[in-house]
Design a protein around this ligand. Structure first.
Ligand code: ATP
Length: 580
């Protein structure tokens, strides 16, 4: 835990030293009145107590109490400010880190889980650290301070009392070991609940359609049940050990009382004075109280450590290799013996292919054969494990991700629009574009064709994810965005797969505009739309099985010819009721 905490403090350069010093002083001041009380007791038990000295001690006691109150307020503000600054920095650093990770990293990790690191784990750390930082430091220094008094008065009794600390600490270490497993499970269930809830909200429309909302959405219900069970298990596992550790202090206090009484009633005459006995009775409780509090803090800090570990893992996730701003003059894309796996299984195996410049290349093949993966590798969402991909002779690995993104426009099947106006959604393609430029792109992409039906034309807000628009309208906006960007390479992913005929015509027209004089790679399922492509690459089982133009591939009578024949015959199919 300490290692992780130090790591966070170091990476955020948190200025915790001054508040920690303040907390030390405050801890000692908290214990000081007890020390002063001892001096007063001592004085009272003298044969001839000195009233002047007694008055001085009482005044000192009062001053200490005032000082302690004043310092408590100051230190609390300083500590909270330092920790809040630290967590604010942490959130910024995590935000910055997310920006530097490869897009592939996002696809591999559950978005809900990733969000919960930045939102829940940092908040968890902030809340716990803020509350318990103070009590831990206060306990350590308050105890140290009072122990000195006790050792001065009677080192044997003092030693007996101090022995309770390693015993209780040992129990706490055991509890840490046990709680680790349960804390991990608890945090995992807490995050699972978060991501299931996000999933529930995003998919609510489909769930309603199947009447699976509320408790009938079983995976959310299971996540809630798991969280409840894991919370109970965490409490059940840690609670008894923490309580035992607290009982250890009570036991040692009783032991000390017994030992003190024995020394007081020693057969050969008292070994301690009555004033020392009373002092130990008073200080005994004061000595253990902050430690008992700290034990509770320690258990909670351990739980916090799971969050800190997750923050650390995200901060240490390898960023995508930087590369340079190398801009190729030509835009031919070449895969040279590329092998790639998302996890263990190789999805592309020794793929070599070429996508000529300013030409239309189509990727076809069975579902799961690796077409989208090829497109995503060109966009440098992931880096390949073996082989090389070049654009205009420059390896993608040598280009910064920013440069690669500037060379490519992607039109996905699932278009994501921001909760903003149509104009601003198109503008993402070129933030510095003028309204006239945006309107030109909107016109070419057939967006203007449906603007008339909207309340505020191009200034209409589209809702989160573009929910106020149809699939075809969203696609046209994404094409307008790509047009405005005017990148030399266009990656199209089955853009017309799920559209009605009217929308399909508009999208086809928009695409024809978009791809003029560009290097285009289209992932197609409808072979009819790519029969005139300059080059068709057939992908099968993570490799290229054949390539050529439409007539050449038909001639080969391979997989492409089979597909073509099947699609031609299915074109005649109609949905209807069979005549009985
Ligand atoms: N993010 C991912 N993590 C792990 N495996 C993945 C990931 N994305 C795709 N795969 C796997 O890689 C293989 C190739 O997937 P890919 O999406 O490239 O196929 P595709 O040819 O585009 O399929 P489709 O035509 O159905 O879209 C599949 O077996 C798929 O399960």
């Amino acid at each position: 835990m300490l290692k992780n905490l130090l790591y966070l403090i170091k990476t955020t350069q948190a200025e915790l030293a001054p508040p920690a010093l303040g907390e030390m002083l405050h801890g000692m001041l908290l214990a000081a009145p007890t020390g002063m009380l001892l001096l007063i007791i001592w004085e009272l038990f003298r044969e001839h107590p000195d009233p002047n000295r007694l008055w001085l001690q009482v005044i000192a006691l009062a001053v200490m109490l005032v000082l302690q109150l004043w310092l408590a307020g100051k230190v609390m503000v300083k500590t909270n400010a330092a920790i809040l600054t630290m967590t604010a920095k942490l959130r910024l650093m995590l935000g910055d880190k997310l920006h530097k990770l490869s897009l592939g990293y996002y696809k591999l990790r559950d978005p809900g889980d990733l969000a919960s690191v930045v939102l829940q784990d940092v908040s968890n750390f902030e809340a716990i650290f803020k509350e318990h930082f103070q009590s831990l430091i206060g306990a350590v220094f308050g105890t140290l301070f009072l122990s000195v008094f006790l050792f001065i008065m009677d080192w044997k009794l003092a030693l007996l009392m101090i022995t309770a600390i390693p015993c209780a600490f040992l129990l706490m270490l055991i509890s840490t070991k046990i709680s680790q497993k349960f804390s991990l499970r608890h945090v995992a269930s807490r995050n699972e609940t978060g991501s299931k809830f996000i999933e529930y909200i995003l998919g609510v429309q489909h769930l309603k359609a199947f009447n699976l909302t509320g408790s009938r959405f079983s995976s959310l219900k299971t996540a809630f049940d798991d969280l409840r069970q894991n919370s109970v298990k965490l409490e059940a596992a840690v609670g008894p050990l923490v309580i035992t550790a607290l009982v250890v202090f009570e036991l040692f206090f009783l032991l000390m009382v017994y030992a003190a009484l024995s020394r007081l009633n020693h057969s050969g005459g008292p070994l301690i004075s009555i004033s020392v006995f009373i002092a130990f009775l008073i200080v005994g409780y004061r000595l253990y109280a902050p430690l008992q509090l700290a034990m509770g803090s320690y258990a909670i800090l351990n739980y916090m450590n799971v969050s800190v570990e997750r923050i650390r893992q995200l901060l240490e996730a390898p960023p995508q290799d930087k590369g340079k701003d190398l801009r190729p003059e030509k835009h031919e894309i070449v895969f040279d013996d590329v092998t790639f796996a998302y996890t263990e299984r190789k999805v592309l195996k020794n793929v070599s292919l070429s996508i000529p410049e300013k030409a239309l290349t189509a990727l076809v093949g069975p579902s799961g054969s690796g077409k989208t993966t090829i497109a995503n590798l060109i966009a440098r969402f992931w880096d390949v494990q073996k082989g090389d991909i070049t654009i205009g002779g420059i390896s993608l690995k040598d280009m910064s991700p920013k440069t690669v993104y500037s060379l490519i426009s992607q039109v996905f099947q699932d278009v994501y629009l921001f909760d903003d106006t149509i104009l601003n959604n198109i503008k993402i393609g070129k933030p510095e574009a003028s309204e006239a430029e945006i309107m030109r792109a909107a016109e070419k992409a057939q967006v203007t064709e449906f603007l008339g039906a909207l309340e505020n034309g191009i200034h209409t807000k589209v809702g989160e994810g573009g929910q106020k628009l149809s699939g075809g309208q969203k696609q046209r906006i994404s094409i307008a965005r790509a047009m405005l960007k005017d990148a030399p390479i266009i990656l199209l992913d089955e853009a017309t797969a799920a559209l009605d005929p009217e929308n399909e015509i508009h999208i086809q027209l928009a695409i024809q505009e978009l791809v003029k004089k560009k290097t285009v790679l289209v992932i197609a399922h409808k072979l009819q739309t790519i029969r005139n492509a300059d080059n068709i690459i057939v992908v099968q089982d993570g490799g290229v099985s054949e390539a050529g133009t439409h007539p050449e591939l038909l001639e080969k009578k391979g997989l492409y010819a089979q597909y073509w024949n099947t699609q031609q015959s299915s074109n005649g199919w109609k949905i209807g009721v069979a005549a009985s």
